[in-house]
Design a protein around this ligand. Structure first.
Ligand SMILES: *Cc1c(COP(=O)(O)O)cnc(C)c1O
Ligand code: SF4
Length: 338
């Protein structure tokens, strides 16, 4: 750390003033950020704050988390619910769009709030925790829907739950005879690795006691997110039996170069995380500054193919509008020579 820099924060920064006091946001940017804060949640954990280089105006970590006045502008094509979860919600907290799998969103809080989040109109620190009765109703839906073989916990971030709550939920799902797979989507291992305690790992392990595998899909967009603490958190999850997958969003100014993607996917593989999906940005309000055209995304993946281990190859996917579901975007290659 340079001399005279403010000390690293001991707690999560949740307001533009917190961010400015920690030296992460220039004073001139505070009024714009206050206007953003009136509409969208902000959170930067100590682990993330420590990764940001405030001297670099193009820092790819800062760009993912620091509010920017550009978020106040909603482009004409941007949608409040870009993945159209609402029409596919049979009971509160459940999204059922595909025949064999369904989402359970037990809470809407996250360790950090990503500026490009597709659920940014819904996520936040004070909403969305299902009550006991709502959770019972959601689990009753899973129990009476036998075509669903996979329960996918997302949110919000399920690893923000207490180990007892999370373990209980996964255990009840695993106890259903037709549930074959459990899946958890989380940003906690990279954004708040200290939350991955031995107690949390033990809860995940118990939930699998019925022999139902647990796939844990970690959201990370930049190689630098794989700090020693994050790698240790991932290792704890893996020792608890979780199969680790990676999901990333293609983001302008964060990972939109072949070198940045190669570094990201190699960092995942070193942490025993198999790159699963590279998402095209969903058009959530105020996120236009992150958009990368699909043709550019295809060109980036094409540049990696063959040069980089095939293990470092995620499926590049886009969510179709109006709840049409995820579709692969290629790139396509011709089978012939040359
Ligand atoms: C993304 C998503 C899933 C999981 O899809 P996979 O392709 O299996 O990763 C399930 N349900 C909904 C509603 C989704 O949006
Ligand atoms: S962790 Fe996921 S759900 Fe939470 S703000 Fe980031 S992208 Fe959105």
């Amino acid at each position: 750390m340079p001399d005279g820099a403010p000390p690293l924060p001991a707690r999560t920064l949740k307001t533009p003033r917190d961010l400015a006091a920690a030296g992460l946001l220039p004073a001139g940017a505070v009024p714009g950020a206050e206007a953003v804060a009136a509409r969208y949640s902000i959170a930067v954990t100590p682990a993330v704050a420590a990764l940001i280089d405030p001297a670099d105006p193009a820092d790819p970590i800062a760009r993912q988390y620091l509010p920017d006045a550009a978020e106040l502008h909603t482009a004409p094509h941007e949608l409040a619910d870009p993945t159209a979860d609402a029409p596919f919600t049979p009971v509160k907290g459940v999204v059922h769009r595909y025949p064999d799998r369904a989402l359970l969103k037990p809470l809407l809080a996250c360790p950090v709030y990503c500026r490009f989040c597709f659920r940014r109109e819904a996520v936040g620190p004070d909403g969305g925790l299902l009550t006991g009765a709502e959770l019972d109703a959601a689990l009753a839906w899973f129990a009476r829907t036998p075509q669903v073989r996979e329960a996918i916990l997302t949110g919000g971030d399920p690893l923000m739950l207490s180990p007892r709550r999370l373990g209980g939920m996964l255990g009840r799902l695993a106890a259903l005879p037709h549930i074959e797979l459990l899946r958890v989507h989380s940003r906690v291992p990279v954004a708040a690795p200290d939350l991955v305690t031995e107690a949390l790992a033990a809860a995940l392990e118990t939930a699998q006691e019925r022999g139902k595998p647990l796939y844990l899909c970690v959201h990370a967009n930049h190689a630098r997110e794989f700090t020693p603490a994050a790698i240790a958190a991932l290792a704890r999850l893996q020792r608890a039996g979780a199969v680790l997958l990676g999901q990333s969003v293609l983001l302008r100014g964060v990972n939109d170069s072949a070198a940045a993607l190669e570094d990201l996917f190699r960092a995942m593989l070193r942490a025993r995380v198999k790159p699963y999906y590279l998402h095209q940005l969903d058009p959530a309000p105020g996120t236009a500054r992150f958009a990368v055209p699909v043709e550019d995304g295809r060109a980036l993946l094409r540049a990696l193919r063959g040069r980089v281990t095939g293990l470092a190859w995620p499926t590049y996917v886009q969510e179709r509008p109006a709840g049409g579901g995820k579709v692969p975007l290629g790139p396509e290659f011709s089978p012939g020579a040359g």
